[in-house]
Design a protein around this ligand. Structure first.
Ligand code: 5AD
Ligand code: SF4
Length: 451
């Protein structure tokens, strides 16, 4: 007789906490949908969940340490309250350090990598029955096909179109945690986008570690890139806005650049990391572009869409970075005039080539460079935001503000805009931009937008 499978005793409530990039936010939402489909419900803020999923990020060292401190805190709080929840570690730390987590943290019952989380319910059932489950293989099988249909979502939704990376920048763990580049099929993306719009989304942000490397076959069997996908999605009537992130300069093809001038639903915003302004450092990073080549791409994008808001990522203190090379980064920032940007101190990630390169930079030097970088970037975001004052634009209402009657939304240029008035979540409204700070703008409501 075949053995009877153990009863599926499921926890009743869950809490998924996502760290790191927007792709993790997307994965976190999908895990929540999977668990909901199994009859669990998201715990209220005031309530201790029966299952906690830590959806982790491995990109910098601090992020990894945070996972262990979070586990410790959950266990301590649980003991004090009389019940330790079932803990699952998902995401990129799970992928990279699964075995170590299982050994170091006995309270963790499930470890699941980013390519395998469609198996989460089965693994939780195993853990609930007293076992421990690990799944960090990177199978080629489509995880996405195993996920439930999207239902209720916010006004602005994420859609992962591409995963993984073949670029192997020498500092980066992504090729090891997320695997090789993989594009999801065109038809699947169009139907998921439709479901998101039916579920309430007015804006969709297409996600990928190398989102502009996406390619697929459209309904007519033609090979198209991201511009072609955006063109197809723009046909969804109730969808008002399309964004995409994160792009690599090497994959910024002509069609995508031109799409910024042709596709009215494609928002005037581009996150295009350069990482450094020094050609020697860029080469050591194995970036396939020079500073000059990058600036030329920006010029072409600006020619297609003059009001485009640009964003980037920067690493200070890459091994061997001299003062002059750091100043080259300040120089490229001055030339690019970013609307916003993210800056990081180099973090040596085990297994990456840069971790063992000569010339590792002292922490104080990195700190000092980061401060100067942040000051330059803040100067430019303030200048960009001040340049928007006096414009009338559409704002997508995403959240209630802190004050009564106040709302928060995003301008086409991805600026946070706060204003008061009689509107509802998900409305597209017309707003006059009247005041600017480095991180947000104040607006005055004009009325409902036509869209
Ligand atoms: N150290 C510091 N920053 C890093 N990033 C990626 N890997 C590292 C690292 N080892 C930054 C890059 C990337 C962003 C997502 O994180 O700037 O674009
Ligand atoms: Fe962090 Fe990269 Fe994983 Fe995103 S893909 S969670 S940035 S390590």
């Amino acid at each position: 007789m075949p053995a009877t499978p153990p009863p599926r005793t499921f926890p009743k409530t869950f809490n998924v906490k996502s760290f790191g990039c927007q792709m993790n936010v997307y994965d976190g939402e999908r895990m929540a949908e999977l668990l909901t489909a199994e009859g669990m419900r998201a715990a209220d803020e005031s309530e201790a969940a029966d299952l906690v999923v830590l959806n982790t990020c491995h990109i910098r060292e601090k992020a990894t340490e945070k996972v262990y401190s979070d586990i410790g805190r959950i266990v301590k709080d649980g003991r004090e309250a009389g019940a330790v929840p079932l803990i699952a570690v998902a995401g990129c730390v799970a992928q990279a350090e699964g075995e170590e987590i299982m050994a170091r943290a006995p309270s963790v019952r499930v470890v699941v990598g980013p390519q395998a989380y469609h198996r989460l319910p089965v693994m939780v059932a195993e853990a609930a029955a007293g076992g421990r489950a690990t799944e960090t293989d990177m199978p080629a099988e489509a995880k996405f096909a195993a996920l439930p249909k999207r239902r209720k979502v916010g006004a602005s939704a994420f859609l992962t179109v591409q995963e993984g990376c073949d670029k192997f920048c020498t500092y980066c763990v992504v090729p090891y945690t997320r695997g090789a580049e993989l594009s999801r099929p065109h038809a699947d993306l169009v139907s998921e986008a439709r479901a998101l719009v039916e579920g309430g989304a007015r804006e969709i942000t297409l996600l990928g570690q190398n989102v502009n490397a996406w390619s697929g076959e459209d309904g007519k069997g033609r090979r198209v890139g991201l511009a072609g996908l955006a063109e197809e999605l723009a046909k969804i009537e109730q969808l008002a806005r399309i964004r995409y992130t994160t792009s690599h300069p090497a994959d910024m093809d002509d069609a995508l650049i031109e799409a910024h001038g042709l596709n009215p639903k494609l928002m005037p915003f581009l996150h295009l990391p350069v990482q450094s302004g020094s050609d020697r450092v860029l080469k050591a990073m194995n970036r396939s572009h020079t500073a000059e080549g990058y600036l030329r791409i920006l010029e072409r994008v600006r020619a297609a869409r003059p009001d485009i808001a640009l964003s980037g990522d920067f690493i200070v203190g890459f091994p061997g970075e001299t003062e002059a090379e750091f100043e080259a980064t300040l120089q490229i920032i001055a030339e690019a005039r970013y609307a916003q940007a993210f800056s990081f101190k180099f973090s040596a990630r085990p297994g990456t080539p840069a971790a063992t390169m000569d010339g590792q930079i002292a922490a104080e030097v990195m700190d000092e460079r980061l401060q100067r970088l942040i000051a330059a970037l803040q100067r430019d975001s303030l200048a960009f935001n001040r340049g928007s004052v006096g414009k009338r634009c559409e704002v997508l209402v995403e959240r209630k503000g802190r004050h009564p009657g106040q709302w928060l939304g995003k301008s086409p240029w991805l600026q946070s805009v706060h204003f008061t008035g009689d509107v509802a979540l998900g409305d597209l409204v017309e707003v006059d931009l009247v005041e600017a700070g480095p991180n947000s703008l104040g607006g005055q409501l004009v009325g409902r937008a036509a869209g």
